[in-house]
Design a protein around this ligand. Structure first.
Ligand SMILES: CC(C)(COP(=O)(O)OP(=O)(O)OC[C@H]1O[C@@H](n2cnc3c(N)ncnc32)[C@H](O)[C@@H]1OP(=O)(O)O)[C@@H](O)C(=O)NCCC(=O)NCCS
Length: 145
């Protein structure tokens, strides 16, 4: 069973904006398998980086943990009045792309990265921007589940 364990929630400076960021460990049967973040708000930095950022440790990949972890975040997003979440991935990140597809997120565009973004500085030039509609059927997980 996949669970999220709260690490911290804090206001952070995110590309010049003060945003609220939640951070969790992802675990399965009490083994930590990765981590996930939820950023609240709609800023330019969030547009390119996404509301959600996730990473699953190499040894635990391919078991659908990222998808399950994203679903577990939705009650918090809803609590903040968010009905759509952006998830972005670097050009060529097939695994992250597949996570978005499996969530039912829609590819909105391939956005050209601005030069101030960290991914640009790492050599990337485009981000796939996916939009995940939390109001669609199947995405309405509540705290009670
Ligand atoms: C992207 C990532 C979080 C996906 O996590 P995950 O829990 O392994 O996701 P899934 O199990 O749903 O697998 C997604 C895809 O990864 C690929 N994959 C499957 N097994 C894999 C493995 N053992 N190792 C690497 N990739 C694998 C497949 O393309 C899979 O798609 P499929 O289900 O159609 O076969 C993980 O690959 C990761 O941490 N990557 C590095 C960090 C990163 O890119 N984060 C995303 C930034 S937005």
């Amino acid at each position: 069973m996949v669970k999220l364990t709260h690490k911290n929630v804090q206001y952070v400076d995110f590309y010049g904006d003060h945003i609220l960021s939640y951070s969790f460990d992802i675990s399965c049967n009490d083994t930590r398998v990765g981590d996930i973040r939820l950023r609240i708000g709609n800023t330019e930095g969030i547009y390119y980086s996404g509301h959600i950022g996730f990473a699953v440790d190499e040894a635990h990949r391919g078991k659908g943990y990222a998808v399950q972890a994203c679903r577990l975040l939705t009650p918090i997003a809803r609590h903040h009045g968010m009905t759509k979440l952006i998830i972005s991935n670097d050009d060529g990140n097939l695994a992250s792309y597949r996570v978005c597809e499996k969530l039912g997120a829609k590819l909105v565009c391939k956005a050209e990265l601005p030069d101030w973004h960290d991914a640009y500085k790492q050599g990337h030039r485009y981000k796939n921007i996916f939009e995940w509609d939390l109001m669609e059927n199947g995405n309405q997980q509540s705290y009670a589940k």
